[in-house]
Design a protein around this ligand. Structure first.
Ligand code: ADP
Ligand code: MG
Length: 729
């Protein structure tokens, strides 16, 4: 029996709904995290204070203190049955990495002991040579090290075999260049903090810290493990390269917010419980639009922690799925013809005085502060749309952006009708001759229109890649499998840069003798005019918008190799260097790594397409072809008239046509790959893989394979079909 039918047979044997409730969430939330509360119990006063200072103000921890803290963490971990620890980091491969060491060691005289020293907490040297570095580490200097990030707490991973203490770290080369997603993110958050505090101080002198916040919404598919294993394309690439759409898919829209299937529900409850132990504050779960597609979202947190929690969650989801004989698909487009998955990044900034800078305020003055940050965000997205686009570019995300799928590759900003009106008012009523009375009148009028805005939560536009949703912006173009760190690094850097410029512009006007609030109004007005063209309220999927965007001069880059160009323009180098996020060589290395990732992904897909076509599709097709031919011959030699076998003949000729087309195209694709592989420059090669391999062969081969799927005897077909993967559970 083929794997396909075996999997279908076994479906009814799989566990359903067997998850024990862990009780009230508050009773175990964060139980596997070394929170500050736990630290209080396990550390001396002195060590606790040192840890606290480091968490709150990024202060350095000295060696002696590090030893004390490490001992405290070990005592806590051992009390929970942990024997091993690892530095947990986020290399540019996109997944998380860990290398386990035991606390167990031998003393000089051979006595076995358990120990965890400060040095081991603070710094480790994983064998870094096999992580991507884009040429930053020459092979003779392959070393890199991981360094403890105290702002994200240590945690215990207890899924699967054993329990491991994980220390969140950043990953850098010996020469100090960052080799991961976290180090630049932390720099960007600091840049934003400085720039935003300066601007806040125009309105409120007591603000001393601004923390960007992130709430992500993770979309994913869930399918049966047996069916997954019978699809080598899913196993190797995370998406199906073949598969005819099933008769029913999402057209009835009966899945969205529908009741969650029992088996998936058990899986959700299980991974949620594991997440709560790890302090991931999941809040929402529901079905998504496509069959077998779901979403979960947490309560937002400060960006660094939210990023760690998202990468951790993706790991937890993957591990817990196998307990339920399920597979979670985090790929942006696992199935052609139905919706793909994204990861909306809800983003805002909070002050240490408790104000959300993107929430409309309660007084005219706080509303001017809101308007300042609101308009600066629009300006940032306008000025750096190309760099923002590059931050979400990846081979899998190309199936969403730029395909007929949400959202488009054009970066635009949606703000809703009330705020559009407010911006218009500012534009029209702020003038050079404006005096204090005009200024305060306008401020009061803006303030008056804010309550309307707060009521305005129905005015949602699901097609915008960057939308204001009441008290935050929602960056929707991020891919479901992406590490949010990269888009968050870019967003916070461009915001920092824009706010710095804003401060310069306002101060310039103040020096010329303008009153502060009038100077702010003038600058806001100018920024609105400068960035107006990025605002768009209409249907982002329409062809009309593509044409309109082109007229407005907005970039619309549909493929990853070209979108990545924006990483290394002069503009980009200046932006990241002046804000101390990336040096030139770091940026160039990252650009190289992203291109290489793209090439490898397309190359692997191309190989699996060729292999599956040859070994999984053609054999049953040829067998069926033979069967038909024999049947026709038999009928002919029995002396039956043509009408007895003309239908078979038609099917036979169609099958034969598709069989030749598939073998022919696969041959040509292999040749095209050879041409690409001989190219020297990574960029040229990536473009060639996209335009000469992917664009030319993937869809045509799929077309013929999917036709064969409909023609060939169902019992003969090896690959699980869409209807089975998406509807059976
Ligand atoms: P939806 O957008 O699906 O209607 P919500 O608006 O309730 O859902 O929230 C989506 C996500 O936005 C949640 O993770 C939520 O915590 C987050 N969010 C809410 N406020 C903020 C904020 N100030 N900063 C960042 N994220 C936020
Ligand atoms: Mg949302």
């Amino acid at each position: 029996m083929s794997l396909r039918f075996n999997a279908i047979n076994n479906l009814s044997l799989d566990p359903k709904g067997l998850v024990e409730s862990a009780g009230k969430i508050t009773s175990y939330f964060g139980s596997n995290v070394f929170t500050l509360k736990t630290a209080r119990e396990f550390l001396s006063d002195e060590a606790y204070k040192s840890l606290l200072a480091s968490v709150k103000n990024s202060q350095k921890i000295d060696r002696n203190m590090a030893n004390q803290i490490a001992n405290g963490i070990r005592a806590w971990a051992e009390s929970k049955g942990v024997t091993h620890f690892t530095h947990w980091f986020q290399p540019l491969t996109g997944t998380t990495a860990e290398k386990h060491d035991s606390f167990f060691t031998l003393k000089g005289d051979g006595t076995p002991i358990e120990q965890f020293e400060g040095d081991a907490l603070i710094q480790q040297e994983p064998d870094a040579s096999s992580f991507p570095s884009g040429g930053l580490r020459a092979t003779f200097e392959a070393r890199g090290y991981t360094a403890w990030d105290p702002s994200s707490p240590a945690f215990i991973m207890e899924i699967g075999e054993g329990k491991t203490l994980c220390i969140p770290t950043i990953f850098v080369s010996y020469t100090g260049q960052s080799l991961d997603y976290k180090a630049p993110l932390m720099k960007a958050l600091e840049a934003l903090n400085k720039a935003a505090v300066d601007v806040c101080n125009y309105f409120d002198k007591t603000v001393t810290r601004v923390t960007p916040t992130l709430g992500w919404e993770q979309e994913y598919f869930v399918i049966d493990e047996g069916l997954y294993n019978a699809r080598p394309d899913l196993v190797m690439t995370g998406r199906t390269v073949f598969g005819h759409t099933s008769a029913k898919n999402q057209q009835l829209e009966d899945h969205y917010f529908g009741s969650i299937p029992e088996r998936v529900y058990a899986y959700m409850r299980d991974f949620e419980q594991e997440s709560y132990k790890l302090g991931i504050p999941l809040r929402t779960r529901h079905n998504e639009v496509a069959p077998a597609q779901f979403e979960c979202a947490p309560i937002y947190e400060e960006v660094n922690l939210a990023v760690d929690h998202n990468t951790l969650l993706m790991d937890v989801m993957t591990r817990v799925a196998s307990r339920h004989k399920l597979r979670v698909l985090l790929h942006e487009k696992p199935f052609a013809g139905i919706n793909g998955s994204g990861k909306h990044n809800n983003w805002s900034m909070a002050t240490d005085t408790g104000v959300n800078l993107l929430a409309p305020g309660k007084t005219p003055k706080t509303n001017l502060m809101f308007l300042t940050f609101f308009v600066n965000t629009i300006k940032a997205v306008h000025d750096y749309a190309d760099i923002l686009r590059s931050a979400i570019a990846s081979a899998p995300n190309d199936h969403r952006l730029g395909a007929n799928e949400a959202p488009p590759a054009i970066i635009s900003v949606f703000i809703g009708q009330y705020l559009s009106k407010v911006l218009n008012d500012v534009k029209e009523r702020v003038s050079d001759k404006m005096d204090e009375t005009d200024e305060s009148m306008l401020k009061i009028d803006i303030h008056k229109s804010i309550p309307e805005l707060l009521m305005d939560n129905t005015d949602r536009n699901r097609t915008s890649p960057f939308a204001f949703t009441g008290n935050k912006f929602e960056f929707r173009a991020v891919g479901s499998s992406a590490n949010c760190a990269n888009p968050m690094t870019v967003l916070n850097t461009i915001m920092a840069e824009t706010l710095k410029q804003f401060k310069k512009d306002v101060d310039g006007l103040i020096e010329k003798g303008e009153k502060k609030e009038i100077a702010i109004m003038h600058t806001i007005r100018q920024y609105i005019i400068d960035s107006e063209k990025v605002l768009f309220e209409g249907d982002g999927y329409s062809d009309a918008w593509e044409k309109e965007a082109e007229k407005r001069g907005l970039p619309n880059v549909k493929t990853t190799p070209l979108a990545l160009d924006a990483m290394v323009t002069d503009k980009s180098l200046r932006l990241f260097e002046s804000n101390k996020i990336y040096t030139h060589s770091e940026l160039e290395a990252r650009h190289e790594i992203e291109l290489e990732k793209y090439i490898k992904k397309v190359q692997i897909e191309s190989r699996i397409i060729g292999e599956l076509a040859t070994s999984h599709v053609l054999p049953p097709a040829i067998r069926y072809q033979t069967l038909l031919a024999n049947n026709i011959n038999g009928l002919k030699s029995a002396g039956l008239p043509e009408s007895a076998y003309s239908n078979q003949q038609q099917i036979l000729s169609k099958i034969s046509e598709h069989i030749s087309a598939v073998s022919d195209l696969v041959e040509k694709m292999i040749e095209a790959r050879k041409v690409c592989n001989n190219m020297d420059s990574t960029r040229t090669k990536a473009i060639a893989y996209q335009s000469q391999v992917k664009d030319v062969f993937f869809d045509p081969i799929r077309y013929h394979v999917d036709k064969l799927e409909l023609l060939v005897d169902d019992r003969e077909w090896y690959l699980p079909k869409y209807r089975e993967m998406l509807f059976l559970r």
